[in-house]
Design a protein around this ligand. Structure first.
Ligand code: OVM
Length: 397
């Protein structure tokens, strides 16, 4: 497929290993090439500047989600799993499902849970203090696994499939590269286990999962839709926060001055997590599909085109942010698109924030230094900026 003549064409593959391992080293070239570009290796339009990424996320009528938010166009190719009723739908269906899920994922239930989460974080940090730990396994995975499945109310059996299932789903947004094919080829066991966890009879009475079925009882959705909506919690809720916490710890390990700043003023904890999402967010990209021709100053994007939006590049666009490449927890990172923007903006963002806050609150008084004691190892994923391991030592106060 040839790009429209007027649109700058680049020979960069955002899904090859070099890019996925070090996306930030490529973003400048994507942004500087133009507001809308063509990526030849994947035959796709792209936006990498803040202005265009945020405008496209906002314009859900033109940049639709119902044809999938990965490279696969659901209008022409079969999705690897039944589509999400939240992420991969447009209004009016999306308004209904999102409306009921907003009520389930209530701030008040999170506030009720927060004291327990803080207590769990304190016990975990006390246990790891002074030792060599893996920031990904021992904190990034341990902490969300200790709170999130209970919040949803899923049974113990099958929990080990949650992170692999999320990983698969995020690889599934990419093109049919090695990561995509391997993920899908090995997805059967995790998919079956996760779908089993979503069944009404397997959910605890007071969790968010059961609350979705209670919404179905009130007629807000069908029982079949309820099952698929619970799947959304389990798909999106774990590998994201695992790596959100991992990337935040990595950011602090690389910036001891910022950790010292946070310890001097613990009230910066919330801002610190936002800045870590701006500086090194978990979800790097999402696609949209154009529902109509999108006029450009010179030419247009044809209707029915996939467009890849580089969220993490928008978050470091110097056209938007002063000292955009600097990790600075006292700056205002508000407006970052690490949770997306517009009608699809992350449903679980308050879960992520409260997990991060509970962990930071436990670490601030206890951990003098987050010391990197080995080379972090990347875990390549088509959508997530993820670590396989993060060798740390948490030096006690
Ligand atoms: C979903 C979903 C929502 C957001 C992210 C995501 C795998 C999935 O509704 O299934 O990533």
């Amino acid at each position: 497929m040839a790009p429209p003549a007027q649109i700058p064409s680049l020979d960069i593959d955002p899904f090859d290993d070099a890019f996925l391992a070090a996306p930030y080293t490529f973003h400048g070239a994507l942004r500087d090439a133009g507001p809308v570009i063509w990526l030849k290796p994947i035959n796709c339009f792209a936006m990498a500047r803040y202005a265009e990424v945020s405008a496209s996320l906002k314009d859900w009528q033109t940049f639709v989600s119902g044809r999938g938010v990965g490279m696969t166009d659901f209008a022409t190719d079969t999705p690897w799993r039944p589509p999400s009723l939240l992420l991969e739908t447009d209004p009016p269906v999306h308004d209904r499902t999102r409306g009921l899920m907003n009520k389930v994922a209530s701030l008040s239930s999170l506030k009720t849970a927060m004291p327990q989460w803080c207590a769990k974080a304190e016990i975990l940090v006390d246990r790891l203090l002074g030792q060599r730990v893996d920031g990904v396994r021992d904190l990034g995975e341990q902490f969300p696994l200790s709170v999130f499945p209970d919040l949803i109310g899923i049974r113990e059996e099958g929990r080990e499939h949650l992170i692999p299932y999320g990983t698969t789903a995020f690889n599934g947004f990419g093109p049919r590269n090695r990561l995509f094919e391997e993920a899908i080829a090995n997805a059967a066991a995790a998919s079956a286990a996760v779908m089993e966890s979503c069944r009404r009879e397997n959910l605890a009475p007071n969790g968010w999962g059961m609350k979705v079925y209670e919404a179905a009882d009130r007629g807000d959705c069908t029982p079949e839709e309820a099952e698929r909506l619970v799947r959304s919690f389990l798909t999106a809720g774990l590998d994201t926060t695992v790596n959100g916490i991992g990337n935040m710890l990595h950011a602090f390990a690389q910036h001891p001055d910022q950790w010292a700043k946070l310890r001097a003023d613990p009230s910066l904890a919330k801002k610190a997590f936002e800045e870590s999402l701006r500086w090194d967010g978990t979800v790097q990209t999402f696609f949209r599909t154009t529902s109509r021709n999108v006029p450009l100053p010179d030419g247009h994007i044809p209707a029915g085109s996939k467009v890849i939006l580089f969220l993490a590049s928008a978050n470091r666009d110097p056209r938007q942010w002063e000292r955009s490449e600097e990790f600075d927890i006292s700056r205002s990172s508000s407006g970052h698109v690490g949770f997306g923007f517009g009608i699809h903006q992350c449903l679980g963002q308050m879960v992520a924030r409260m997990e991060a806050e509970a962990l930071l609150k436990a670490m601030i008084p206890r951990v003098r230094e987050i010391r990197l004691v080995g080379k972090p190892v990347r875990r390549l994923n088509n959508t997530l900026h993820a670590l396989a391991s993060l060798p740390l030592q948490l030096l006690a106060d």
